[in-house]
Design a protein. Structure first.
Length: 122
C-alpha cells in the first residue's frame, strides 16, 4: 500500500512541479516546494485512510504531526533540488527524482510510520 500510495503521490508532486516550471516559468526549487505541498495533501489523505488505516486515531493530532514532518520534508526537497540542480547542474526532473527518493526513504516513510500514523502516536 505504501509503495502504491507513494507512486500516486509522486505523480501529483512531479506533475505539479513540471506544470509550474514549464507553463508558469517558476524556478525548479520553488516549483519543488509547490509540488511537495500538493503531494503532501494527497499523501496525508491516503496515509490516514488507506496506507496505515489510522482512522481510529484523532485526525487533528495526525494532521499536526504530519504538517511538521511534511514541512521538514519540503525543506529537504527544496534544499536538495537547489544542491543537485542549481549547484551540480543536473536536469531539474532528474535532480528532483534523486532527491525525492532519498527524502522518501530516509525521512518520510520512517516518520509517517512511527510518528504520524503509528499506533502509539495517538
Amino acid at each position: 500500500k505504501h509503495q502504491a500510495g507513494a507512486v500516486f503521490t509522486t505523480v501529483v508532486d512531479f506533475s505539479t512541479m513540471i506544470l509550474f516550471v514549464q507553463l508558469l516559468r517558476v524556478s525548479p526549487v520553488w516549483a519543488t516546494g509547490l509540488g511537495a505541498t500538493a503531494g503532501a495533501v494527497t499523501n496525508f489523505t491516503l496515509g490516514r485512510l488507506w496506507i496505515f488505516d489510522a482512522r481510529e486515531n484523532r485526525a487533528s493530532g495526525q494532521a499536526v504531526r504530519y504538517a511538521l514532518v511534511s514541512f521538514a520534508s519540503l525543506l529537504l526537497n527544496m534544499g536538495g533540488e537547489w544542491l543537485v540542480h542549481d549547484v551540480a547542474h543536473l536536469e531539474y526532473v532528474i535532480a528532483r527524482a534523486i532527491v525525492a527518493l532519498c527524502v522518501s526513504v530516509g525521512w518520510n516513510y520512517p516518520m509517517h510510520k512511527n510518528f504520524v500514523f503509528g499506533k502509539k502516536a495517538s
